[in-house]
Ligand binder design. Structure first.
Ligand code: GDP
Length: 424
């Protein structure tokens, strides 16, 4: 524990997330900001998607988390990461407040994160920004022009209209409502924003430094993974030696892939980092075993089944990045069909579908979901022999739709995948 003294604290930049209903323009807005406002005006803009990026508005930097939507936001919070200072709520002026708009408001308010409203798509004929203002007052978001304290900015993400004004509103809101300071002169701490396994470079994690300064050569622990920072890259792929508070940075050198939202900290040396990580791994294994025993215990299951007719759909999720796996799991857990059936994610992980996954699915009668990942041929054959179903998705909504339909017993296969050959 480090108690910051008043004189150690220095101003830091705000960290911003974009939320809102599907198709209201979250991705378009993030793209528009990225394209036009890249820090230092690097030619060609930010070429890499590392999970976060920084832009400058009037000389002041803002850090954006590049995964839109409240699913990722909430999954991270669930792991203890409070990364966000300000939330931009995107509401399409031609559509108005929709269910996920309300969810986003609830999540932001639960996290006590101030909201700036971006009323988007004002270029669309029939768009009605005033209606959006009226609707949102019901949720406690009262525009300044109506005497409230929430800033509303009418924009068009597609035509890059008033995006500057929106960013200024974010800075104003941060200045007015928040005391954004951190101590840059201590060992770094922060949270993992995104992580993946790269074929050539090993585990690659984007972390956001929240306190202190991260240096190349530091020994770090992130969740159950550990390692020494071999290199750090910014969103343009440029090497960095040090990263201070509110800076997102891609870290190479971890021995395994952490999960989005995992907190990281610098340890005194490599040995300490490894010991902390191994202790956490052991705890996690024990917790998972405890969880699994419940699932496979026939007695327990029968009892539950007899009492309230609980039936579980067991699922194994494998995906190409920890962010997508977390988001998918989170959304699946929210599906509600009836009291008689439920869903349980018995295993999740980053990387290809392995023999282990298939074995687990065989034992627990689970369905495997591959999100942008596939098994190799041996594993696919094994799954076929064992009768384990593997479903592949690249869009979260499709996966959720299918699972929802299957719980209702009304999934009609539209596409069937037929393997005709394998090539190497
Ligand atoms: P998301 O699901 O919230 O990330 O929404 P997207 O950014 O994917 O946008 C959904 C659709 O709305 C896309 O077809 C965009 O081209 C379109 N769109 C986004 N912003 C605007 C806008 O300002 N004006 C218009 N006319 N279309 C927009």
């Amino acid at each position: 524990e480090h108690e910051d003294k008043e004189e150690e604290l220095q101003p830091r930049d705000p960290v911003v997330v974009v939320m809102g209903h599907v198709d209201h323009g979250k991705t378009s807005l993030l793209d528009a900001i990225r394209k036009t406002k890249v820090i230092e005006g690097e030619a060609g803009g930010i070429t890499q998607h590392i999970g976060a990026y920084r832009v400058k508005i009037g000389g002041k930097p803002i850090t954006f988390l590049d995964t839109p939507g409240h699913e990722a936001f909430t999954a991270m919070r669930a792991r203890g990461a409070e990364l966000t200072d300000v939330a931009i709520l995107v509401v399409a002026a031609d559509d108005g407040v929709m269910p996920q708009t309300v969810e986003a408001i609830n999540h932001a308010q639960a996290a006590k994160v101030p909201i700036v409203v971006a009323v988007n798509k004002i270029d669309v004929p029939g768009a009605n920004p005033e209606k959006v203002r009226g609707q949102l007052t019901e949720f406690g978001l009262v525009p300044e022009e109506y005497g409230g304290d929430t800033m509303f900015v009418d924009i068009s993400a597609k035509q890059n209209l008033h995006v500057d004004k929106l960013l200024e509103a974010v800075l104003l809101t941060a200045d007015a409502e928040l005391d954004l300071r951190a101590n840059p002169d201590m060992d770094a701490r922060g949270a993992t924003v995104e992580a993946r396994l790269d074929k050539g470079r090993g585990a690659v994690a984007t972390v956001l430094v929240q306190q202190g300064t991260l240096h190349v050569g530091d020994a770090i622990v992130a969740g159950t993974s550990y390692g020494r920072v071999r290199a750090m890259l910014d969103e343009n792929g440029q090497p960095m030696e040090a990263a201070g508070p509110s800076t997102p940075v891609q870290v190479l050198g971890l021995t395994s892939v952490p999960t989005a939202g995992d907190l990281f900290l610098v340890a005194s040396d490599d040995r300490a980092a490894r010991q902390i990580a191994e202790k956490r791994q052991a705890t996690e294994r024990a917790a998972q075993l405890a969880k699994r025993r419940k699932v496979v215990s026939l007695e327990d299951f029968k009892k539950k089944f007899a009492e309230s007719e609980i039936d579980m759909l067991n699922i194994v999720i494998k995906g190409d990045s920890s962010g997508s796996v977390e988001a998918l799991e989170d959304s699946l857990m929210k599906i509600e069909v009836s009291d008689e059936v439920g869903i349980q994610v018995i295993h999740r992980g980053v990387g290809a579908i392995t023999q282990n996954d298939v074995n687990l699915a065989t034992v627990d009668k689970a369905v495997i979901i591959g999100f942008n990942v596939r098994p190799n041929r041996q594993v696919a054959d094994l799954a076929e022999r064992e009768g384990v179903e593997i479903k592949y998705y690249s869009v979260i909504y499709r996966a959720i739709e299918d699972i929802e339909a299957s719980l209702k017993g009304m999934l009609k296969p539209e596409y069937e995948e037929v393997v005709t050959s394998h090539s190497e």
